[in-house]
Design a protein around this ligand. Sequence first.
Ligand SMILES: [Zn+2]
Length: 102
Amino acid sequence: MSHWSKLARWAKGVMLRRGPMMMTCAEFETFVLDYLSGDLPSRQRRIFELHLRVCRECREYLEAYRRSNALGKAVFQTPSYPLPEDVPEDLVQAILAARDAD
Ligand SMILES: [Zn+2]
């Protein structure tokens, strides 16, 4: 583990324990949708972005969420949209099932 990732891990621990301005990873997940749709109040948005800065797991989570969201939209708007090859099978099935439900 590099020096920087150790430091980041330590900073995250400290902030999660003592920061009145911090949210946990579980809270982060519940706010992802609001954050992406721009519905998060500015105060919460700041806290959210602060967490994003110190937490690599949540950065990856947000990234994955964004990707699958963008993919879902493309599939919904274009019935013949070709699905990328590297998308997990269960995600493809979930998107197709949601699309066919309408
Ligand atoms: Zn986190």
